[in-house]
Design a binder for this molecule. Sequence first.
Ligand SMILES: Nc1nc2c(c(=O)[nH]1)N[C@H]1C(S)=C(S)[C@@H](COP(=O)(O)O)O[C@H]1N2
Ligand SMILES: [Mo]
Length: 370
Amino acid sequence: MRRGPFRDGAFSSALHEPRTAVVLGRWLGAALLVCFLTGLISHVLQDPPGPLSGLLPARPVNGYRVTQGLHVISGLAAVPLAGAKLWTVYPRLFEWPPARSATHALERLGIAVLVAAVLLELFTGLLNTLQWYPWPFPFRQTHYWVGWLATGGLLVHIAAKAPLIAGNWRRPQVRVPGRRAFLTSVAAAVGAVTLTTAGQTVPWLRTLNLLAPRRPDLGPQGLPVNRTAAQAGTVAVPATWRLRVDGPRPYELTLDELAQLPQHEAVLPIACVEGWSASARWGGVRVADLLARAGAPAGSALRVTSLETDGPYRVMEMPAQYAEDPLTLLALRVNGETLDADHGFPARIIAPNRPGVLQTKWVARLEVVR
Ligand SMILES: Nc1nc2c(c(=O)[nH]1)N[C@H]1C(S)=C(S)[C@@H](COP(=O)(O)O)O[C@H]1N2
Ligand SMILES: [Mo]
């Protein structure tokens, strides 16, 4: 006996049909492709596989700001798109018989993996933008590998459905009532989500930024903060603070001594992996000058250690092309003021085209490596 959703004709809407699925599939596929590629860029910039680290470019200075902004924008757009796409095809879940052949069973298994991977990916990404990590597993590794799973599943799905997709690629002669209105509503939902969140990274959309977790102009000195000095336990910087620079000729400098070295300015963004970004005018000493003073040979990389006693961003490594870049600063000031405790007082790193997590605050020590 086939009951409930398993009955013939259990789903009355005319929109559970291939053309609607193909149009939504194209939009969703495009969003997921942008998400995957920008996600790969983010992964490589944060954690370059050995031989790649020397090839990462320090230009354009806003590169990571743009790619990570797109990552979160396309990921958020994929949420309503995935909902609409799943609604269009979900009656197939109750297909009877569940498997007509081994091939059919495999194809359905592939779709199960694809749907699970996409939903998990969008869910973990969304929670990450909210800085909420309610799970005991590492976010980055999970998000990275599930991203591959989702992309692989998507390619298999497109291959399996190629004839159906091709047959519905062009606008059909027969009009299904309600299809246009449905697609227009989905597009409007995507537009609304984008317009009310993209302002966390796109300056001219700032006033519409109602739903994003961050406003890029809110925070001490007009800049958001992810981890405050209180959270990092660096509120009270000891009066004995010295910048320690280790290399062939190690030395230490007080804050006053640092302020007497040649000062430079750079307009550079903080581009957080969580999707917000904000540009600021930073002032301080060139990292290249500090390394040269320690006798660092050309092409040296750098290791930076923070005053923080723990936390995942306490120690950061910087390949030579960033360390030697004239825009890379040990910043002592932001927008003309001494750094706020939350922005890394007494000194922080700011470098072009790097993820926010690598812009180390509360710097204690620089080390020449290799
Ligand atoms: N030592 C240290 N530096 C850090 C962090 C941290 O947790 N510890 N957070 C990073 C992250 S995730 C971002 S986005 C930037 C934010 O800089 P801001 O708080 O000055 O805006 O700082 C980075 N520097
Ligand atoms: Mo961040």
